[in-house]
Write a protein that binds this ligand. Structure first.
Ligand code: HEC
Ligand code: HEC
Ligand code: HEC
Ligand code: HEC
Length: 189
């Protein structure tokens, strides 16, 4: 049996060489893991990825081209993830974890027909509204900086409302719904 003390022997010459090689390997693995991780993060934030489920089968993406955040005078490209995935690390990770639940519902076919989708649509929309209310519409603000708004250049209606939103405790999503999707039919019933 090995004596406990023999486990603590000084490293042999071979080991001394092994240490820097091991350290180098760790760095290489670390770099590869980061590149892979970012690749996965990017791939799972693309329109193509979202639309692979929310396309014609789940009916969110198909409505989008009719709205201002798809085609506009300026042609700025707004992606699903720009509105739905936070740019901050932890909330972003949380969204990816929630995505697992979406994969499950997709796999079991919870919303595989238009009827099923429409039935649950209000619940889904409410979740998005609640999330945006809670974050003070953070994803909207990543493009629309309130401090940089020149109210005098906005429409009369906007000028009437915008300057006082903070003191009224209102946030973008309180007034601006249905910017990328059709109105939720069930809300009207
Ligand atoms: C694997 C298929 C799949 C992919 C990929 C997918 N989703 Fe979903 N998504 C679903 C399903 C199914 C639901 C309904 C989940 C539920 O009812 O809990 C859903 C629900 C939603 C909702 C409703 C609110 C909520 O939190 O439930 C939003 C918003 C959403 N997805 C946005 C996106 C975006 C943005 C992407 C791309 C970054 C994406 N989804 C990628 C299947 C998918
Ligand atoms: C990736 C950047 C980006 C994000 C994210 C974004 N927008 Fe926009 N939005 C734009 C651009 C660019 C325009 C101007 C389109 C044009 O040229 O008319 C615009 C136009 C608008 C308009 C005026 C046109 C209309 O549809 O009534 C409103 C209101 C608006 N955005 C609100 C919002 C809200 C609320 C959110 C969050 C749910 C949001 N935006 C998220 C870039 C963005
Ligand atoms: C109290 C309601 C209210 C809130 C809160 C609000 N808006 Fe608006 N917003 C309006 C109204 C009303 C208009 C004018 C719509 C029209 O002219 O048809 C408008 C217009 C706009 C426009 C178009 C401006 C123009 O005239 O070209 C943009 C962009 C916009 N809002 C972004 C935002 C963003 C971003 C937030 C959050 C920081 C926000 N709004 C919060 C009511 C609101
Ligand atoms: C301009 C911001 C914006 C963009 C871009 C956007 N969404 Fe949304 N999304 C919202 C908001 C806000 C809601 C809550 C309902 C509403 O107001 O339309 C929502 C609701 C949803 C829902 C819940 C069901 C419903 O129709 O309300 C799904 C699913 C969804 N989005 C997926 C997507 C996918 C997939 C894309 C890209 C093809 C996308 N969204 C692009 C802002 C956006």
């Amino acid at each position: 049996m090995t004596k406990p003390s023999s486990l603590w022997q000084r490293p042999t010459a071979r080991w001394r060489l092994g240490l820097p090689i091991g350290a180098l390997l760790m760095v290489v693995i670390g770099v590869l893991a980061t590149v892979g991780f970012n690749g996965v993060m990017q791939a799972t934030s693309s329109n193509e990825f979202c639309s692979s489920c929310h396309g014609p089968a789940a009916f969110a993406a198909e409505e989008w081209p009719q709205h201002t955040h798809f085609t506009s005078a300026s042609g700025v490209k707004v992606q699903c993830a720009d509105c739905h995935v936070s740019k901050q690390f932890l909330p972003k990770m949380w969204r990816k974890v929630q995505g697992m639940k979406e994969v499950y519902h997709y796999a079991v076919g919870t919303y595989d027909s238009r009827e099923k989708f429409e039935l649950h649509r209000l619940d889904m929309a409410k979740k998005v509204w609640a999330e945006m209310k809670a974050t003070d519409s953070a994803t909207c603000r990543s493009c629309h900086n309130y401090q940089r708004m020149d109210f005098t250049k906005q429409s009369a209606k906007a000028q009437l409302w915008h300057p006082s939103i903070a003191e009224k405790g209102l946030t973008c999503i309180d007034c601006h719904k249905y910017l990328a999707h059709d109105r939720v039919a069930t809300e009207l019933q």
